[in-house]
Design a binder for this molecule. Sequence first.
Ligand code: PLP
Length: 398
Amino acid sequence: MLPVVKAKGSLLFDDKGKQYIDGIASWYTCMYGHCNPFILDRVYRQMQRLDQVVFSGFTHKPAIELSEGLVKILPPNQEKLFFSDNGSTATEIGIKMALQYHFNLGQKRKVLMAFENGFHGDTFGAMSVSGLSVYNGPFEELFLEVERIPVPTADNLESILEKLEERLKKDDIAGFIYEPLVQGAAAMLMHKASDLDPILKLLKVKGVLLIADEVMTGFGKTGSNFASDHIPTKPDIICMSKALTAGLIPMAVTSCTLEVYNAFYSDEISKGLFHGHTYTANPLSCTAALAGLQLLQSQEMQDNIARVIKSHRDFDAEIKDHPKVAGTRQTGVIYALDLNIKMERYGDVRDRLFQHFMDHGVYLRPLGQTIYILAPYVISDDELQTIYMVIKSALEIA
Ligand SMILES: *Cc1c(COP(=O)(O)O)cnc(C)c1O
């Protein structure tokens, strides 16, 4: 374990003073840079007014302002927000919303649908819909009822749609949860909006609620605010966390349409969604998120995003035909390359690569044979070049 004592901008510092470029933005959270002074200042001021208060029966300005800000940048059908405190709870709530929506309407839909190799978090509902079985072995028999469909490609799309059409005749699917465009934990696997859209469209027509897990893809990563912006068929529910609070304090939001909300809005208390965490909508987290939202929408940050996208594209042109590279892919600021060698998800080569990166002052976390970059938007051109150089030298030792 490496003791990390400080972070600033795109850099992490260990206890010996050695610095590392944070090439994965500490799991895609601190996209505006670590310890961003604008965000710190806002939170410091908030923390002297109101630190924490129960979010049941009470509300507060940071939550109200954040809600207004989020609704402005979310796809236009998203009108209501449900606060919680991490990515797994954001998806857990999305799943509960979908199940209870049908329950409240008196419909018998109890099955969930998800992609193969999806990752949606580590709590029980989230684990159930996650398809990365390396994490879930001991619990599999206890899961919710989930059926999986393959991630669409130009080749399998027709057959997926055919099978789905048949399967949907039973009218028992409550919701479909998906990571739009990029499956993060599956090693940044990507699919096309044009391949995903027909699936979403069919599910929607058949009354299945669409739950977009944008915990990883949200807040600019794909080049627009949300990955769902690239896809014509909009989700009914969107899960957000990670970059939502800019890496400062954990929080999450699950948004939904008015139609979903209305299925819960009733004088009958049992129709409500009973789910509340102690730190739900913590005022400091809301303040961090609001400051992050302001930064995301600034011209400067949008220019940074465009710059990183172009920089990765140039690097890709240079590296994609390298004999040790099996394939490359990019969506927005997310760049991944697969090595042309056999590797275990937690094996020797992976450890050797990781050590090579760290020795050269770059924090990258290979996933299986995939090396990916998801750096803070504010990373400098020099820092980007350092990452590329260290990846190139890693290819020599791989
Ligand atoms: C990280 C992640 C989660 C889980 O978030 P946590 O805050 O780690 O619980 C869920 N879905 C996706 C797509 C993620 O990347």
